[in-house]
Write a protein that binds this ligand. Structure first.
Ligand SMILES: *Cc1c(COP(=O)(O)O)cnc(C)c1O
Length: 408
């Protein structure tokens, strides 16, 4: 059986985790702080905060910006549910918009139509590791008519004076747009280090702070450390310093910190991300493209745009089978599974999920998201995959498509 994804766990990772266990410090401490510094340097941002998930990071930043009941946040219909759930947690309303047919990402014209005086934030998603068109998104929220609509309430909203761009970069660490890495492309970006993502810590996430002047990203970072740890003004490491037991609670904060055991994995993975993880993923994608390009039914994913100097970090390989409907796609997937290859779909659009349907969302309003979904199959893609595995996957896909298309 070829799995869909598999984290790269080798002796180097095991040794670093064991060293962390033996160090006597397993929760948030020196390794997490070092991982934060290295992530900030890597992404080219002033400050990075590590947490126990990307979901926590997205919610933390919505709450930091004061998003609450009565507010609206714009998100693509084509995403994982985490992007929308955190808006619900804050009591605000997710406003879904449709996506592009070529790169699966949020459609800029659709964002523009969805903006109202209630809009507090936009959460673009870098689908599959391919960055959104951030120049257009950043320019849109600074447009005079859009700024005029913005209705600031909290001091953060007044200071920014416009809609916040909170990027869901769960897929896209290391991807580039106009030569710059994700994290540095907009106000705030949130990475995921969940077990199936490009860079893993088992569970984990990070907030890349890149807020414009006059915000002070360093002091915001310090405040967010407190907010993500019970509102406690001293973390565990500060408390164990001699005589440092006394602390205060300044608000009812959350419990979202990253443990050092997780950071240990992340430190090793980040160190070899550009030299090993990314090049191997690109090789696998290139091989898929080479083997699949001769089939007229295969719509290959967009990973590069030389004109825009944009390059994916090859998180997913979202193959589309031209002209098939949802039922045929499901049949093709069953055939592939029968050949012992694990495939997936990214994503079933959030408005199709029961909870969101009950809230009144309707997939027919997002026709491109539905079309992308109904003919999409994500193929296995992970560091330890061999060229032979790629060939096995492709022949399983080819056979499955031929079988199902012949049945018509
Ligand atoms: C995985 C994922 C998340 C959530 O990441 P966690 O670290 O598991 O919280 C958010 N958004 C998208 C698009 C994802 O794929």
């Amino acid at each position: 059986m070829i799995p869909f994804a598999r984290p790269r766990i080798d002796q180097k990772i095991i040794d670093e985790v064991v060293a962390t266990l033996q160090s006597g410090w397993i929760t948030t401490g020196p390794r997490t702080k070092l991982f934060e510094e290295r992530l900030a340097a890597y992404s080219g941002v002033p400050k990075v905060l590590c947490l126990n998930s990307a979901t926590a990071g997205l919610e933390l930043m919505l709450r930091w910006f004061g998003v609450k009941e009565g507010d609206e946040v714009i998100v693509p219909a084509y995403t994982y549910t985490a992007t929308a759930n955190v808006i619900i947690h804050c009591g605000a309303k997710p406003v879904f918009v449709d996506v592009n047919a070529d790169d699966f990402n949020i459609n800029i014209a659709a964002i523009q139509r969805a903006i109202t005086p209630k809009t507090k934030a936009i959460m673009p998603v870098d689908f599959g590791g391919y960055p959104c068109d951030y120049d257009s998104i950043n320019a849109l929220v600074k447009q005079a008519d859009v700024v005029k609509k913005f209705t600031p309430v909290t001091s953060e909203q007044k200071l920014l004076g416009r809609i916040l761009i909170l990027s869901d970069s769960a897929h896209s660490i290391g991807a580039k747009y106009k030569g710059r890495r994700t994290g540095s492309l907009t106000d705030v970006s949130v990475f995921s280090f969940h077990a199936v993502k490009n860079l893993v810590t088992a569970e984990g996430g990070a907030v890349a702070l890149n807020l414009p002047e006059p915000f002070d990203n360093i002091s915001i970072y310090q405040y967010l450390c407190i907010k993500s740890l019970h509102g406690q003004n001293k973390d565990a490491l500060a408390k164990v310093q001699k005589g440092g037991w006394r602390y205060d609670i300044i608000e009812a904060g959350y419990k979202w910190n990253m443990p050092d055991i997780a950071a240990a994995i992340g430190l090793i993975e980040l160190e070899r991300y550009d030299s090993e993880q990314l090049p191997r993923r690109k090789q696998i994608v290139d091989l898929y493209n080479k083997l699949l390009s001769k089939y007229t039914w295969a719509q290959l994913p967009l990973c590069n745009n030389e004109k825009n100097n944009t390059e994916s970090c090859y998180h997913l390989y979202p193959l589309r089978i031209k002209g098939v409907n949802e039922t045929q796609r499901d049949k093709i997937m069953n055939e592939i599974f029968a050949n012992d290859v694990t495939v997936n779909v990214h994503f079933m659009p959030v408005p199709m999920m029961t909870y969101y349907k009950q809230l009144g969302y309707d997939i027919s309003k997002y026709p491109t998201a539905y079309l992308n979904y109904s003919c999409e199959i994500s193929l296995p893609l992970y560091f330890d995959m061999t060229d032979e595995d790629v060939k096995v996957v492709v022949s399983a896909v080819v056979q499955a498509v031929n079988t199902v298309l012949k049945q018509q």
